[in-house]
Design a protein around this ligand. Structure first.
Ligand SMILES: Cc1cc2nc3c(=O)[nH]c(=O)nc-3n(C[C@H](O)[C@H](O)[C@H](O)COP(=O)(O)OP(=O)(O)OC[C@H]3O[C@@H](n4cnc5c(N)ncnc54)[C@H](O)[C@@H]3O)c2cc1C
Length: 329
């Protein structure tokens, strides 16, 4: 058993990182555990040979003044920069050298254990015990804390709660069970020349097969011209979720062909089981909270299932939960 912490956060995506930073500012001793090899969850950047692809979230937008201030801070630190204005005239910001730069840098100031998957949680005598297994190892680690925050997409959070010995309020559980997500298949394709997409090198698409095409070299993420990220529509993902890459990659590349000037020389696919929530926590309720908090068990949940389907809303959900946790009782 490791030394006890005040709070354990499951997930070092943007909501977990923002929550942790706020808790740390209030002198809370926080440990973040993430099953992924990198910080950031869905803010993901991947290198294949020398090509670099943002293959999850593509950009950050800001509406809330508090979040705008955070993004301005990231720009001052040199980890984010403006990219271009979207169709509604709002600026789209990106991570410098890729979206994952932002969570990776935010994680530097925090106690984060990567490649550690939480498999079981228990609440006894006012304390949480979290069991986790490090990637590639066959023994478990145990961590103790007074408070537990789960930031995994809600269906995964509920699956973890099933391993615990606590029962949350029945109505709350029913509400949480209603939060489901869209899926997507993304393809990272290297062309044998520039993509030829007009400035800024990216397109939101309302297409039966495609949702997004973006040229990572035009975005100054990839040093190789023609490193293209393609994100499928939710309908395509549903239909081809269990198909082989041999079947679905050519279908996606074929749909993307009219938008691209050069030929594909290499392509790799990734399945995203959770892109954005179809419905969020207490969606229809006025003055709803953008997080879940069970004070009896010192259990919180946050992320896009509570805040809304964007990086900003996930980050603000983490921030709001951390504020609630640090508020004097
Ligand atoms: C393809 C795609 C495109 C998108 N495009 C955009 C966009 O352009 N702009 C935008 O604003 N948003 C976009 N989004 C949505 C955005 O990425 C998310 O809303 C946001 O990143 C969610 O952050 P989060 O912290 O709530 O969750 P996540 O980023 O999912 O973080 C949760 C973390 O929990 C970890 N975890 C889960 N279970 C466990 C466990 N048992 N043990 C340990 N760790 C665990 C995961 O590894 C993950 O790192 C996109 C998403 C996808 C997938």
């Amino acid at each position: 058993m490791n030394a006890p912490h005040s709070c354990i956060i499951i997930g070092a995506g943007i909501s977990g990182l923002i929550a942790a930073a706020h808790l740390k500012r209030h002198h809370v001793d926080v440990l973040l555990l993430d099953k992924g090899r990198h910080h950031g969850g869905r803010m993901a950047t991947r290198t294949i040979d020398k090509s670099i692809f943002d293959h999850g979230a593509q950009f950050v937008t800001t509406r809330d003044p508090i979040f705008r201030e955070m993004v301005e801070g990231w720009m001052e630190r040199g980890i984010a920069r403006p990219w271009y204005k979207g169709p509604l005239g709002n600026m789209r910001y990106v991570g410098v050298n890729g979206m994952s730069t932002i969570p990776r840098e935010l994680g530097q100031d925090l106690n984060v254990h990567l490649s550690e998957k939480v498999t079981k949680i228990r609440f006894n005598n006012g304390k949480w015990t979290v069991t986790a297994r490090k990637y590639g190892e066959n023994k478990d680690s145990s961590y103790k804390a007074d408070c537990l925050v789960i930031t995994a997409p809600v269906p995964q959070a509920l699956a973890l709660l099933q391993t615990s010995n606590i029962q949350i309020d029945f109505d709350e559980e029913e509400e949480l069970e209603r939060i489901t997500y869209f899926r997507a298949i993304s393809v990272m394709a290297q062309l044998n020349g520039p993509a030829g997409l007009s400035n800024p090198g990216a397109m939101d698409l309302n297409h039966p097969v495609l949702r997004w095409i973006g040229d990572n070299s035009a975005k100054s993420v990839s040093p190789i011209p023609g490193s293209v990220s393609i994100t499928s529509s939710p309908q395509f993902a549903e239909r081809y979720w269990d198909a082989s890459d041999e079947e679905r990659i050519p279908l996606l590349l074929n749909a993307a062909k009219p938008f691209l000037k050069n030929d594909v020389v290499d392509a790799v696919a990734h399945r995203w089981g959770f892109t954005e929530p179809k419905r969020i926590y207490k969606e229809k309720q006025p003055f709803r909270k953008t997080y879940f908090l069970d004070e009896e068990h010192h259990l919180g949940m946050c992320g896009d299932g509570f805040g809304g389907p964007r990086i900003e809303a996930s980050a603000m959900s983490g921030y709001a939960l951390a504020q609630a946790l640090t508020r004097p009782m």
